[in-house]
Design a protein around this ligand. Structure first.
Ligand code: KG4
Ligand code: ZN
Length: 330
C-alpha cells in the first residue's frame, strides 16, 4: 500500500509517495525566487505557481517512486493552516485525484505533519507521548501529543511567529528572504552574548515582537553613533539568535517537565537553525530527554511529511474522506 501526499500551504508545491514511513519520492517546486524582492510571501504569486506546477509535481513524484497511480491507496493533503488560495489548489487537486481513482483522501493539519517529519525513513515505533515544538514562518506552537489523533496545543505565540521574527529582523539588516537562513549563516558563537536581548513570555505562551523591536532599535542606535560595522551587525544578530533559540529550548524542556514526558519532537523551518539543534542536543543530555529532529531536508515544507502522516492515520483508523472539506487559514 502507498500513500500520496500533497502540500501547497505556502510557497512550496510538493507531492510525495510513501510506503509506511519510507519516502519513495518527494518532489518540490518552490516559488520562493518570485517572492524575494517583496521580502515575504505574496499569496497571489504562490497560488498562481501552485496551479502551474501541481500536476507536473504529481506526475514526477509517481514516476520517481516507480508507483502506478492505481496502487495509491489513500491521498493526504494539507488543508490547514496556510494561505487560503494556496491551500485550495492542493485540496481541490487531491479531491480530483481521489474521485478519479475512487480512493479516499484525508485532510492533514500542516503543523501535525511537521511533527511527523522526524519519523520519516525511520523504523522504531513513534515515541508517544511526546511534547512537540513547531517553529516556522507562521507558527511557534507547543503540543502535547498522545497520538497523532490526540494532539493538544499547550502554548502558542501571542504576536510574531519565531521564523517571522527572524525574517523581519533580517529584512531590517538588508538580508535576503527567508531571513532565518541568512542570520544562521552569520551566527558567531564568540559574539552570542554581546547584547542582553530577551524574549517575552506570556504565561506559557511565546512573544517575539518585543525582541524584534529591541534588535531594530539597537541597530538604529549604533547607526546613529556611526558604530555599525560588520562585526557589530554580527554581534546583534548572534545575540538575537541566541536569545530566541534558548527560549525555544527552555520552553520545550519546561513543557516536558510539566507534562512529565521524556520525549521531545521538533519540526518546522526554524528547526534547521544550527545553534538551535546544538542546544536541543545539549538539553537532551542534561535533562535526560529523548530528542527527535527531522533531517535538514524535511525541516522546511514538504509533502513527504504529509504523506507519512496520511499513511499513519489511514492505517490506524481507516478514516473516510469528506469531499466537502474546506481549506482553513488558521
Ligand atoms: O516551515 P517553513 O518552511 O514554512 C512555514 O510553514 O512557515 O518555515 C519557514 C521559516 C522562515 O521564517 C525561515 O526564516 C525559517 O523558517 N528558517 C530558519 C532557518 N531556516 C529557515 N530560521 C532560523 N534558522 C534557519 N536555519
Ligand atoms: Zn511549514
Amino acid at each position: 500500500m502507498y500513500a500520496l501526499g500533497i502540500e501547497t500551504s505556502c510557497d512550496e508545491t510538493s507531492c510525495a509517495v510513501v510506503k509506511k514511513r519510507d519516502v519513495l519520492a518527494n518532489v518540490t517546486v518552490s516559488s520562493l525566487k518570485y517572492h524575494k524582492k517583496y521580502g515575504g510571501i505574496i499569496p497571489e504569486i504562490a497560488t498562481r505557481n501552485h496551479l502551474k506546477f501541481i500536476e507536473k509535481v504529481f506526475k514526477v513524484a509517481l514516476f520517481k517512486a516507480r508507483v502506478n497511480i492505481k496502487d495509491i491507496e489513500v491521498i493526504g493533503v494539507t488543508y490547514r493552516p496556510g494561505l487560503l488560495g494556496a491551500l485550495v489548489v492542493g485540496l481541490n487537486f487531491a479531491k480530483a485525484v481521489s474521485s478519479a481513482l475512487g480512493k479516499p483522501f484525508l485532510g492533514i493539519n500542516h503543523l501535525h505533519a511537521h511533527l511527523f517529519s522526524p519519523f520519516l525513513n525511520s523504523k522504531p515505533p513513534i515515541p508517544f507521548p511526546f511534547v512537540g515544538l513547531v517553529a516556522s514562518g507562521g507558527h511557534t506552537d507547543l503540543f502535547l501529543v498522545k497520538d497523532f489523533d490526540r494532539i493538544k496545543t499547550i502554548a502558542t505565540t501571542k504576536d510574531d511567529a519565531c521564523g517571522e521574527a527572524f525574517d523581519k529582523v533580517a529584512r531590517f539588516f538588508g538580508l535576503d528572504y527567508p531571513g532565518g537562513v541568512y542570520i544562521d549563516k552569520l551566527y558567531s558563537w564568540d559574539f552570542k552574548d554581546s547584547f542582553p536581548f530577551k524574549c517575552g513570555k506570556v504565561g506559557f505562551d511565546f512573544s517575539f515582537s518585543g525582541i524584534k523591536t529591541a534588535v531594530i532599535y539597537k541597530k538604529m542606535e549604533l547607526e546613529k553613533k556611526k558604530e555599525l560595522d560588520r562585526i557589530e551587525k554580527i554581534k546583534i544578530l548572534s545575540s538575537f539568535t541566541e536569545s530566541v533559540v534558548k527560549t525555544l529550548v527552555e520552553r520545550i524542556t519546561d513543557a516536558a517537565k510539566k507534562f512529565k514526558v521524556k520525549n521531545i519532537v521538533c519540526g518546522g523551518g526554524v528547526i534547521a537553525n544550527r545553534r538551535l539543534r546544538q542546544l536541543l542536543r545539549q538539553a537532551q543530555k542534561n535533562e535526560k530527554l529523548k530528542l527527535f529532529l527531522p533531517s535538514q531536508k524535511y525541516t522546511t515544507d514538504n509533502a513527504a511529511m504529509v504523506a507519512g502522516l496520511t499513511f499513519y492515520l489511514y492505517n490506524k483508523k481507516r478514516l473516510r474522506s469528506n469531499i466537502h472539506l474546506k481549506a482553513e487559514v488558521n
